[in-house]
Design a binder for this molecule. Structure first.
Ligand code: PLP
Length: 357
């Protein structure tokens, strides 16, 4: 099922950004967007690509009142060879369906959704920036649309994809970030919705993130909700610690997001013959390792930043410097490897990259 295309009149096309070095994140969108609707009994209907613009939504739409909303985030990369590459796109839509099931929303056919997304990207390919580190960010989203104020799953949904050029995440190289270990607020609990990309998780995280920002921190490191003891993740990234010769990240226990970058890092590090463990890790173990010098590196992983080195961890009022506030050796090696694969410059032996043009 191809999407039906209604193109913007050529004299109505937007001005594309001219200076790629000034691209930020999440403010610029292309000329078109993809939309499809779901109705119980009919399935997904009316897939279409239309001029980018406002959605018309009933004020009683259930997503607005009860938060049935899910999303994804991935990128299309312009290689040096001019090719357009996607990185593990099916994994994003598989995860979208996991989110849909948890939130009692309609699932998509993964191949169908990837094809709709490709159709939109190819129509908008002139928008994909070319300089190093820049990309086209892709935001698939689903919202409940049925106008109804009783609490139950909606019977109708809208699925849409909006896309826009984004800048290199790091303006002055890979600057290590300062993270604040949050020991009061929690992001998610086991049995809750922490492992799905749904709006409410992010709303719930804002207050702690704002307070940390006021104190000069870039990100919050979340601890588990029950004991405020075990490491979970950082902001919108998974987190890894290199302690001695072991690379450690939290297990997928139900309260953290199963990052595709996280999984890629685990596979690559394992292939390099380095010990990597998905295991529970307490904040005390991390702080002790920072104090006795065995904590060599810490880094966050996610689509936006790929690898985000941590230069300082602050817990209960005490600052702990990590890796001399420099990007660690493994962090740099992983960044180069993953970015190299994403832009079609390094061998992709796992079949992660899909060239679409
Ligand atoms: C999206 C996200 C991640 C990273 O996932 P990737 O697939 O690697 O981009 C990690 N944590 C949270 C909370 C997220 O929303």
């Amino acid at each position: 099922m191809e999407a039906e295309v209604t193109q913007v009149e050529s004299n109505q096309l937007k001005q594309k950004p001219t200076d790629e070095s000034q691209l930020g994140f999440g403010d610029i969108f292309t000329d078109h967007m993809f939309l499809a609707n779901y109705e119980d009994g009919k399935g997904w209907i009316n897939p279409r690509i239309v001029p980018y613009g406002d959605l018309s939504i009933d004020p009683a739409a259930m997503s607005i009142h009860y938060g049935q909303e899910i999303f994804e985030g991935l990128k299309a990369y312009r290689g040096k060879d001019g090719g357009i590459y996607l990185f593990r796109p099916k994994d994003n839509f598989r995860r979208f369906n996991i989110s849909a099931r948890r939130m009692c929303m309609a699932e998509l056919d993964v191949d169908q959704a990837v094809n709709w997304m490709k159709q939109l990207i190819l129509l908008e390919k002139a928008w994909i920036p070319k300089s190093e580190g820049t990309s086209l960010y892709i935001r698939p989203t689903m919202i409940a649309t049925e106008p109804h104020l009783g609490v139950r799953p909606s019977r109708t949904y809208s699925f849409f994809i909006i896309i826009g050029p984004v800048g290199a995440y790091y303006k002055e190289g890979l600057d290590p970030v300062k993270i604040y270990v949050e020991d009061f607020y929690v992001r998610a609990s086991v049995g809750g919705t922490g492992e799905v990309k749904t709006a409410g998780n992010y709303a719930a995280s804002l207050l702690a993130a704002e307070k940390a920002k006021e104190k000069g921190f870039t990100q919050v490191l979340w601890l588990d909700a029950k004991h405020l003891k075990y490491i979970e993740e950082v902001g919108t990234m998974n987190i890894f610690f290199v302690i001695g010769d072991e690379v450690i990240t939290a297990p997928l226990s139900g309260s953290i997001l199963s990052g595709i970058t996280r999984d890629s890092v685990i596979q690559i590090v394992r292939d390099w013959g380095i010990k990597v463990s998905e295991r529970s890790l307490t904040i005390d173990e991390v702080i002790n390792a920072a104090q006795d010098g065995t904590l060599k590196e810490a880094f966050g992983t996610g689509t936006a930043a790929v690898i985000s080195p941590v230069g300082q961890i602050t817990y209960k009022g005490k600052d702990h410097v990590v890796a001399g506030r420099q990007m660690g050796e493994l962090s740099q090696r992983l960044y180069d490897e993953i970015v190299g694969i994403q832009y079609g410059q390094r061998p992709d032996k796992r079949g992660w990259v899909k060239r679409i043009d």
